[in-house]
Design a protein around this ligand. Structure first.
Ligand code: AHG
Ligand code: MN
Ligand code: MN
Length: 334
């Protein structure tokens, strides 16, 4: 790998390579990355800035909002609304879609984001992040929520930025998964891994074990077998990790393998799961698949699901291919 390839150069090269991405998408991704840098700065200020604690408000999902949830949402909107590359945005923190105001030109893309993933980790100084997904607006005048309801296979770009010991941007435009590390002195993202690959097998799982008694039988079976280690049918010991920020858990899995699960459970049986399809599961699924992993809802490939509403939830099993295939098989056998 030649030295010091910036995100800008990577995107220019992606554009030149048989027009892998159009110039408007390149601009959009540059702006999203710039917004991530601003969010990273706010995160880094911690108690020295007015960014910690609750905002004393609820979002559309009935979750208490943290100050940083709202700050990150505003940063992303302000950064992206004027560029002329977007028609509308949608976010975990907004009930409806945000149509680009008339005073700015409208572009052909739709941007979705989880502005701040891992909110419960903000105040305890544990890794958090921003997740995003880009779609093309269907032909036709105006823009509506309906235009967003496309399966994950339609994504043209997806990624996340994790704010941890390092600030790292992980991106796919359908040509593998590229990783960029923020050089704080220079203020730019530098390519540090060009083709991330997830090992097909793994000995590490990530699930919130405190929900164990609420799980469905196939999930219980899979985890039970892992826990039996060398004494059980898997014949090997497993390790467990649960950060509680999907970005951080998925980042670890993209880096060294493993399986991340947030399954449906009996506490709220009418909900398909906790995580949101369009701005959490879909972008992460595409990254995982592009790195050679797999992602299902226990029965089907997540990216094949056609959403019926913006804030739709989904059961999630993603990561090392053989592990995801196994837990998915346990569902079909049940
Ligand atoms: P968000 O902060 O955007 O609401 O997402 C939190 C999600 C996800 O990041 C994480 O994997 C999961 O919730 C953690 O759930 P538990 O609190 O059940 O561990
Ligand atoms: Mn989230
Ligand atoms: Mn969030």
């Amino acid at each position: 790998m030649p030295k010091r390839i910036s995100l800008t150069r990577y995107l220019v090269e992606q554009q030149r390579m048989e027009g892998h991405i159009p110039s408007q998408l390149r601009l959009l991704l540059e702006v999203v990355a710039r917004a991530c840098k601003r969010i990273s700065q706010a995160v880094n200020k911690g108690a020295l800035g007015d960014v910690m604690g609750s905002a004393e408000s609820e979002n559309v999902q009935g979750e208490m909002q943290k100050k940083l949830d709202i700050i990150a949402n505003e940063v992303l909107i302000e950064a992206n609304e004027w560029g002329g590359h977007l028609a509308a945005m949608a976010s975990e923190e907004m009930e409806g879609i945000y149509v680009v105001p008339n005073r700015y030109p409208q572009g052909e893309y739709l941007l979705m984001f989880d502005p701040l993933d891992g909110s419960s980790n903000i105040d305890v100084n544990v890794s958090i992040g921003t997740i995003f997904s880009v779609l093309v607006k269907p032909e036709g005048a105006g823009v509506s929520e309906q235009d967003f309801l496309q399966p994950g296979t339609h994504q043209v770009a997806a990624g996340y930025c994790v704010f941890g010991p390092q600030t790292t941007l992980v991106l796919t435009v359908g040509d593998g998964v590229a990783v960029f590390t923020l050089d704080r002195e220079q203020g730019s993202f530098i390519l540090t891994d060009e083709h991330l690959r997830i090992p097909e097998d793994s000995k590490e799982f990530a699930i919130n074990m405190s929900n164990q008694r609420h799980w469905a039988a196939p999930v219980t079976r899979y985890i039970d077998e892992c826990l039996q280690g060398t004494d059980g049918p898997r014949g090997k010991d497993f390790n467990m990790r649960w950060v509680g920020s999907m970005v951080a858990d998925v980042h670890r899995i993209l880096t060294r393998g493993g399986v991340f699960m947030y399954p449906w459970d009996k506490r709220e049986p009418e909900k398909a799961g906790k995580l949101r399809l369009m701005y959490e599961a879909n972008p992460m699924s595409w990254l995982i698949e592009q790195a050679g992993g797999a992602s299902t809802n226990g029965k089907h490939r997540i990216m094949d699901i056609t959403p019926t509403k913006l804030h739709e939830r989904v059961s999630v099993f993603m990561g090392s291919k053989n592990e995801v295939e196994r837990v998915t098989r346990y569902h079909s056998e049940a």
